[in-house]
Design a protein around this ligand. Structure first.
Ligand SMILES: Nc1ncnc2c1ncn2[C@@H]1O[C@H](COP(=O)(O)OP(=O)(O)OP(=O)(O)O)[C@@H](O)[C@H]1O
Length: 652
């Protein structure tokens, strides 16, 4: 099927469902194989688990869920702090009794039966809190427990529900927005001279210093009826532009839902909108939000409102009951307490729901992550526009979570940077028909779309479907020296990027503190050639004997000589006066990161990271260690141009 042809919506949804299922299965398989083949300690070292924990408290959290707080077992920790681990807020984990012997094989199903699944709501130095899934509040652990990360099925569930809804929709129900997004209709035309057009012409800019490409993108987004794409290459002020767009839409009395793929992408917008004193509401678990945006969080607002006071009382009562369980020995009394708790939980939820619905209903600007927009809080809510930031970093199905109820979408992103990570190896759809979700005749008849992949984002697909007329590109970048910009501009952006005056000739020497002027600080880009016999790359396959076991670090590569060179270069930069916190060392290979780890001990402020993880960030000096050096000239996944799409102000 040509990307310009209209898409059959049920087939699209059926294909997405099949692809999402494949993806989830590979994630589950990867996690299970890691858990059943490695010891808890091994998993902890790989950042996937925390061992030797005890439950320090149990209370009632948001939505009436039981929240466990887990701390280090005093017998194994002398500092009272948790060991190094990779568990983050929002992770789905399993809490279970820690197995005594380490050699036993652990099946995930068996662990789940005995343990409890939940979401990590808070990570501190000495404790981790986990909100348990419903129905798991009666788990009592005795002795030492551990927690291990599982595949995030919740996110998939939201995407699946959305795709199932889309699949079941009759054609008569398609809004003009949906018709355009699937190519069944063309987008309504926008006036060719936007600045002169009546509808958007006389804009009073909140920030008059916006550049022309930014102003043009805003006019275009305001004038578009169904969809507008804002293409923002690195450092071109994509978010800056969205802020002005949101403010302009508020002035026009529009109701807006703003989403991004991650909490940090959403918080970034909340932080930048807040100074404009517009009423905004941020959905999402407070534990996952930046402290600076908490004042706008639904949960905090719920608690500070009058209705919130009553909710708090119910919560206190639940906590008291919860605590009394421990003191009771009689089975009958316990049972009675559990019945009371169930009732209280119901009342709590109802009250919370009412309070939330009042707050959400009264808000003109609501912000949430893409999958957060699928929560009960937004059920039946309508918005004039859904704005998606970093749309090229999200799976299309994820974007549909808020889009299903949209009348118009503005998507900002850059399809020339890395797309979301996909795990399923064979993610392309084969041309076979798949049965519908619940035997629904129409859905069952929908054939899957051949060749469709999860890597194709909504942004890519819409561009291919409707062409560049639905997009505006931001062209002035405020981050890189002109010479650093040259490579991405020529290779990826048709040489369209322009460096803003403030950065185009900026060197490390010009930082606003004392930096010595030398070869390293006056040259914006330095390439060091490490090809050839002296800098051989090394394979770091974790477990060559048994590759099926699942490697804890993935198959990776390192280059020790190159690491030595990087260390030397960092040292020279620091000696010239560049602050370590202004330097980042990035590399595409985890094994090389490990080889460079000692830099962090010597220069604690320095940032070490993977190329993929660093996307979207900036530093004054960035050293890129590309690792690959072999006689065959093979570069593996570095061949992907989008991975080398530069992000530094000054590249060393
Ligand atoms: N019109 C402008 N005039 C001056 N500075 C600007 C302008 N637009 C953006 N900037 C600056 O450019 C930098 C990048 O802006 P912003 O963070 O909005 O970019 P972005 O494109 O969203 O970034 P990313 O590439 O990380 O997605 C910021 O420091 C911002 O203040």
């Amino acid at each position: 099927m040509s990307p310009k042809e209209p898409i059959d919506v049920p087939s699209f949804a059926a294909t997405q469902l099949a692809l999402l299922d494949q993806e989830l299965q590979s994630e589950i398989q990867e996690t299970s194989s890691l858990i059943s083949n490695h010891s808890p300690t091994g998993l902890q070292r790989a950042g996937l688990a925390i061992t030797n924990l005890t439950i320090s408290s149990q209370r009632t959290g948001l939505g009436g869920k039981t929240v466990l707080e887990l701390g280090p077992d005093g017998a194994t920790s002398s500092t009272g702090e948790l060991p190094e681990h990779g568990i983050r807020t929002g992770d789905i984990v399993l809490v279970a009794e820690q197995p005594a012997g380490s050699a036993k094989k652990r099946e995930v199903k068996e662990l789940e039966r005995k343990g409890a699944r939940g979401v990590v709501t808070r990570v501190q130095r000495a404790a981790v809190s986990v909100a348990l899934d419903e129905g798991k509040d009666e788990v009592l652990f005795s002795g030492r427990v551990w927690m291990v990360k599982l595949a995030d099925e919740v996110t998939y569930r939201r995407m699946n529900q959305t795709m199932e809804k889309l699949q079941k929709m009759g054609e008569a129900e398609y809004s003009s927005f949906i018709r355009v997004l699937f190519g069944l209709s063309s987008p309504s035309p926008v006036p060719s001279d936007l600045a002169a057009s009546e509808e958007v012409g006389s804009i009073e800019w909140v920030d008059p210093t916006l550049n022309d490409s930014q102003k043009d993108a805003i006019r275009f987004a305001l004038a578009s009826r169904e969809v507008a794409l804002i293409h923002g290459p690195p450092g071109t002020g994509k978010t800056h532009t969205l802020i002005e767009l949101i403010l302009q839409m508020i002035k026009r009395n529009q109701r807006i839902l703003v989403c991004g793929p991650s909490n940090i992408s959403v918080d970034n917008i909340v932080e930048r909108l807040a100074p404009h004193k517009v009423p905004i509401l941020r959905l999402g678990h407070p534990a996952r939000l930046l402290p600076s945006v908490l004042n706008h969080s639904l949960d905090v607002l719920t608690q500070t409102s009058e209705a919130g006071a009553i909710i708090k009382d119910v919560r206190a009562e639940m906590d008291a009951k919860q605590a009394s369980i421990k003191k009771t020995k009689s089975g009958r009394e316990r049972k009675a307490i559990y019945t009371d708790l169930k009732e209280l939980r119901k009342e709590y939820r109802e009250r919370e729901r009412r309070c939330v619905s009042n707050l959400v209903g009264g808000s003109k600007v609501v912000l949430a992550t893409l999958h957060g927009a699928g929560g009960y809080q937004l059920r039946n809510e309508e918005f004039d526009v859904v704005i998606i930031d970093e749309a090229s970093q999200a799976l299309e199905a994820q974007c549909w979570v808020p889009l299903l109820s949209a009348k118009k979408a503005v998507c900002a992103g850059d399809h020339l940077q890395l797309p979301p990570t996909i795990k399923s190896l064979n993610s392309k759809m084969k041309p076979k028909s798949k049965k519908g979700v619940d035997g629904d005749a129409a859905a069952a008849a929908a054939p899957v779309i051949k060749g469709m992949t999860l890597e194709t984002t909504l942004f890519d697909r819409l561009l291919a479907l409707h062409g560049p007329s639905i997009k505006r590109m931001l062209t002035t970048q405020y981050r890189m020296h002109e010479k650093i910009m040259r490579f991405p501009s020529d290779e990826l952006y048709d040489s369209k990027l322009i460096a803003a005056d403030a950065v185009k000739a900026r060197l490390l020497r010009d930082l606003d503190y004392d930096v010595e002027s030398n070869e390293d600080t006056t040259e914006p880009v330095i390439f060091i050639d490490t090809q050839g016999g002296d800098f051989p790359e090394r394979n770091e396959d974790d477990d060559k004997e048994n590759p099926k076991r699942g490697s804890l670090h993935g198959e990776s590569k390192s280059n020790e000589m190159e690491a030595a060179l990087v260390r030397l270069h960092v040292k020279q930069l620091v000696e010239a006066g560049v602050r370590p916190e202004d330097i980042a060392v990035v590399t595409p290979y985890n094994a090389q990161l490990a080889a460079l780890a000692s830099l962090k001990e010597k220069f604690p402020g320095i940032e070490l990271g993977s190329v993929d993880g660093f996307q979207g960030r900036e530093k004054e000096a960035v050293i890129v260690s590309l690792v690959r050096s072999n006689p065959d000239g093979e570069v593996g996944f570095l061949g992907e141009k989008r991975r080398l799409n530069g992000r530094s102000r000054v590249l060393a």
